[in-house]
Write a protein that binds this ligand. Structure first.
Ligand code: AP5
Ligand code: MG
Length: 213
């Protein structure tokens, strides 16, 4: 099963993608997490990506597409995967469609986690992220057991550099300009499913499971 998560920054793509990955035993692939891991390790890719991410802009397609195609070619992706944060532009979607077509394959579901802009800024300022294992929390809605510490790996939790309110507003603008057109793209392919992302995370997950089964 190949699944794409669509939705604004902070809509809950990552939260739901992790739950899907666990339930269906497929890898969760987040281009944002891959970039953040590279920034943490100060790789060349990370330094390049950081320039764009800190301003809330998209990392150029040339860099992003290559990373994604390399990742989905790995062995653990044989039975499918859930993509979180890719594709984010029409050219990225076209590259993915073409790469899968070559193998007589296609994406099965594009799930749009719908959350209005008004809810987003509040969610982002409360998010705390683990840059070691990729887990995310929310100080009010999904708090860690011990404040500031990741439940899963014990690392310190941080406010992401791009979660400052002014950067969040930029990311929302970029989302509406460049990523929202993917909703029409996948609607035309007949695989778009929309879930109400304002519900609590278990309810959102139930909506998704009923689509996938
Ligand atoms: P990326 O890491 O993908 O960030 P994003 O799309 O902006 O989305 P977020 O991770 O911020 O939000 P999310 O939807 O995963 O929400 P989450 O589950 O954490 O990308 C970052 C940057 O990398 C981009 O800006 C770009 O520069 C670059 N990049 C990445 N991919 C790229 C690509 N393909 N092309 C070009 N550039 C790329 O939830 C948010 C918060 O809400 C959390 O605190 C969570 O606990 C809480 N929450 C979740 N669900 C609920 C709920 N139902 N109720 C209440 N709270 C909830
Ligand atoms: Mg995310």
């Amino acid at each position: 099963m190949k699944i794409i998560m669509l939705g604004a920054p902070g809509a809950g793509k990552g939260t739901q993608a992790k739950m899907i990955a666990e339930k269906y035993g497929i890898p969760h692939i987040s281009t944002g997490d891959i970039f953040r891991a590279n920034i943490k390790n100060a790789t060349e890719l990370g330094m390049e990506a950081k320039k764009y991410m800190d301003e809330g802009k998209l990392v150029p397609d040339e860099l992003t597409v290559k990373i994604l195609l390399d990742r989905v070619a790995q062995d653990d992706c044989k039975n499918g995967y859930v993509l979180d944060g890719f594709p984010r532009t029409i050219p990225q979607a076209e590259v993915l469609t073409a790469a899968l077509e070559k193998m007589n394959d296609a994406v099965d579901f594009a799930i749009d986690v719908n959350v209005p802009d008004e809810n987003i800024v509040n969610r982002m300022s409360g998010r705390r992220a683990c840059l070691t294992c990729g887990a995310t929390y929310h100080i009010v809605h999904i708090p860690p057991k011990q404040e500031g510490i990741c439940d899963k790996c014990g690392s310190a939790l941080v406010l992401r550099d791009d979660d400052k309110p002014e950067t969040v507003l930029n990311r929302l603008k970029v989302y509406h300009d460049q990523t929202q057109p993917l909703i029409d793209y996948y609607t035309e392919k007949g695989i778009l499913k929309t879930v109400d992302g304002t519900k609590d995370m278990q309810e959102v997950f139930e909506q998704i499971v009923s689509i996938l089964s």
